[in-house]
Design a protein around this ligand. Structure first.
Ligand SMILES: Nc1nc2c(ncn2[C@@H]2O[C@H](COP(=O)(O)OP(=O)(O)O)[C@@H](O)[C@H]2O)c(=O)[nH]1
Ligand SMILES: [Mg+2]
Length: 295
């Protein structure tokens, strides 16, 4: 879905994006053209609601004035931009609470993020808040060893909130710049597990009332529209502040992000595109839209 990983995209998706690029040079720009655009957008997983919004908007613009393919393209790009809230500026010190379902890529993302912050000269503490599985802690510890960052580990099966409380204390005492908290994966439909997340968040607020707290939901791009229900539920319980999109090196289509980002007014903060430590990038909306529309 992004240029630098394009070669990994499957043929079907490449066909869709190529079709979209050629659409703007084809003529005439009329009702049949709009229908074709609609089919292509749906195939890019933008979902029916956002797709209809786009088509309604363009229809209105085309009725008001005669437009060239390039003008329609520019209107479409500007409209897509308006659907994506810009990420806020980061103030230090920063706490990032990372949440999401099992296997979405939370721990891997945290490993990369800690590495990035350390590379930027920041002092980083990671908290192993997934106390259910010893393997989860080992996985996180391997990442922090690689990046030379610090990790706080609780006891096996310790209440995650109490591990987070200890991590917050260490963070304050040792004047770290970043605190990144890993959490156990959970399905958004498991109420008690979702309440546990809300408790973790209350714990952070209580221990570090002055700090900026990010709550980022990690979404597996391969899951497409299924991510919308996840985002709604996590947002309801934990008041999310941003989204992280993982596995962009796969064949998932990113159009669904427009739905979530727009409906919940949440910025996409990072994308990941592989298992290597540097397969992480800040989200770039211009590039995202460009890649969504071009081959
Ligand atoms: N291809 C690819 N695999 C990833 C990416 N991020 C995570 N993974 C893999 O996805 C699996 C689950 O990741 P993990 O970080 O353990 O997920 P968690 O359960 O949310 O902590 C692991 O096998 C990761 O190596 C990515 O950006 N691209
Ligand atoms: Mg994990």
């Amino acid at each position: 879905m992004f240029g630098f990983i394009k070669e990994k995209l499957n043929k079907a998706y490449q066909a869709v994006t190529k079709k979209l690029a050629s659409l703007f040079t084809s003529k005439p720009i009329d009702q049949a053209w709009l229908e074709e655009l609609k089919v292509i957008l749906l195939a890019a997983d933008t979902g029916p609601i956002i797709t209809n919004k786009i088509i309604t908007y363009l229809t209105k613009q085309m009725k008001a004035q005669s437009l060239s393919g390039q003008q329609v393209h520019d209107l479409l790009v500007a409209y897509l931009q308006s659907l994506l809230p810009p990420p806020g500026t980061e103030q230090q010190p920063i706490i990032s609470l990372i949440v999401g379902i099992n296997g979405s890529g939370k721990t891997t993302f945290i490993g990369k993020l800690a590495h990035k912050y350390a590379h930027d000269g920041k002092k980083v503490l990671v908290v192993a808040g997934d106390t259910f599985r010893a393997a989860a802690t080992d996985q996180l510890a391997a990442w922090t060893t690689q990046s030379g960052t610090s990790i706080h580990i609780g006891k096996p099966n310790q209440d995650p909130s109490s591990v987070v409380f200890e991590g917050c204390a260490q963070f304050a005492e040792n004047k770290f710049d970043h605190l990144i908290i890993d959490t156990a994966g959970r399905l958004q439909t498991k109420t008690h597990l979702m309440q546990e997340l809300a408790k973790i968040k209350r714990t952070i607020h209580k221990r570090l009332p002055e700090a900026t707290i990010h709550t980022w939901l990690v979404l597996d791009s391969m899951l497409g529209q299924n991510c919308i229900a996840q985002a709604r539920q996590f947002h309801e319980t934990t008041k999310l502040t941003g989204l992280v999109l993982t596995k962009c090196d796969g064949t998932g289509k990113a159009g669904f992000l427009l739905n979530i980002s727009h409906e919940l007014s949440l910025p996409i903060v990072y994308i990941t595109f592989g298992e290597q430590v540097d397969a992480l990038a800040s989200f770039d909306s211009n590039r995202f839209i460009e890649e969504l529309l071009k081959s």
